[in-house]
Ligand binder design. Sequence first.
Ligand SMILES: Nc1ncnc2c1ncn2[C@@H]1O[C@H](COP(=O)(O)OP(=O)(O)OP(=O)(O)O)[C@@H](O)[C@H]1O
Ligand SMILES: [Mg+2]
Length: 479
Amino acid sequence: MATNNQDETPSKPSAAGERILVVDDDAIIASSLSEFLKLEGYDAVSASCIADAIAELERKPAAVVITDINMPKGDGFELLRTMRQRFPEVVPIVVTGYGTIESAVEAIKMGAYDYLTKPIVDDEIRLVVQRAVGQQALLRENRTLKQQLGMRFSLESIIGNDYRMQRVFELVETVADTRTTVLISGESGTGKSLVARTIHQISNRRAKPFISVSCGAIPETLLESELFGHVKGSFTGANADKPGKFKAADGGTLFLDEINSASSAFQVKLLRVLQEKQFEAVGSNKTETVDVRVILAANVDLKKEVEAGRFRQDLYYRINVVNIPMPSLAERLSDIPRLSDHFLKKCRAEVGKEVLGFTPEALAVMQRYHWPGNVRELENAIERAVVLTKGRFISPDDLPSSLLESPPAGAAGRREDVWSPMPLKLAIEEPEKRIILAALKANQWNRQVTAQQLEINRTTLYKKMKRYGLEFETAGATG
Ligand SMILES: Nc1ncnc2c1ncn2[C@@H]1O[C@H](COP(=O)(O)OP(=O)(O)OP(=O)(O)O)[C@@H](O)[C@H]1O
Ligand SMILES: [Mg+2]
């Protein structure tokens, strides 16, 4: 290694002690380079071929890898490929022979952070390594930030301002870091699966698997083997040992969707695993223990199922420790502007169309509909509208015709006859909101006139509009 100008040594790297792996088939180059790096304060190690380098990285991750390109047993490009797949946070630097700039360019394209040309000059390597270590610190920091953001994002990906949704958020946050079994109940499309996944993502189990099993989609005869696994020969077709989902979810979360469709024999087994965290694979007498957090979802009222004798009472009590009831969309029509906006942003990026929002008429139509398919139906309607619309704002014409059909007489398509206990003050909100919306619409959103007609003062009207998400300042904006 050539040596120049020792006096101009840049200040010692602050990241001293960082691990650096030198890969070169030439033992003399490898050791002199790592000796130099050790003197610089790094924890330098060397490897003489790709396989050794990978083994070394597996043993202990490095901040930076400096690799030769031309080596007899697998070249540097191969190492770059493996690093990109398996060690994306290690920063690679390549060393090329004099006059082979093409391979340096190729290496950069493949993800190398920088390159050094032989003969390697001390100052050059000092600088390049220092920069690479800095880059690695940045990668590390980014990852932590992303993780933190990921946590925030995951809660923010559930949209809802309605008081029932506020309750959902509180419960999700409260139970996330516990091992409590959680039962999420609600109609199809209300966000049960989304909530289950979110609980896992914000929990301390997030780095471990989230495994989802739809109990309704798997034939009853296979469900047990699917969850607990089976041993070879335990039934026709069991040609090899197969671990089940409980095992796969060890350390993480198992989401049992549509639990109401599980057979009673299966319910017995489930009760045991929930109580004792123990089970046996089908055909095996070896008891296995797992650490799994179980979340269940039901799209029918399980209590009624128990009363009808279709669901075991003991299991019901066991899983109903924390119940998160998901409100139907019809119960929280005031969330429609926010939800619509969320789905609009999500799909206009995918579709690549510059759709800015909804006309007040379109929003009014959406807020009058009864949404039997809940949030999923809303999401689909908006996706369709974004594809179809010719304007910058989605209008009623862009919405599925089912939304425009006049709602059933009297009930306005809503479920006022279905009673769930709540304070009168809250029960009055929906009809009040509907009346205000109708009045605003009839008056082209003129608040002065609307307030006069309703015989309330304008401030009261403003407050109520804000509360119900009826804020359409400018025509077409979604508020
Ligand atoms: N509050 C919400 N905010 C944002 N998106 C939501 C919300 N609720 C549901 N969604 C979206 O609506 C769709 C349906 O939700 P999800 O699949 O979670 O419903 P589900 O209750 O599990 O339905 P099913 O009973 O049919 O399994 C998903 O794309 C989901 O991301
Ligand atoms: Mg679901």
